[in-house]
Design a protein around this ligand. Structure first.
Ligand SMILES: [Zn+2]
Length: 66
């Protein structure tokens, strides 16, 4: 599955969804450029209103798709 494929400079979260990278919580063990945009791994997020929540990365990126 491409969703869980190899990380590249083109398919990482920071590159594909900078708006989600802005919500990336510092508690995560990796950075937005170290995960693929449609990874099924869970991550911690913080929204612009300072709500902290946990959600799988692909669930965020799928929702962010225009
Ligand atoms: Zn919120």
């Amino acid at each position: 599955m491409s969703e869980t494929g190899k990380l590249t400079s083109e398919n990482n979260l920071a590159k594909m969804y900078p708006e989600l990278a802005d919500m990336w919580h510092n508690d995560n063990n990796s950075t937005p450029s170290q995960v693929t945009a449609f990874s099924h791994d869970e991550a911690k997020w913080i929204c612009k209103n300072n709500h902290i929540f946990t959600k799988k990365i692909y669930q965020m990126s799928t929702k962010a798709k225009k």
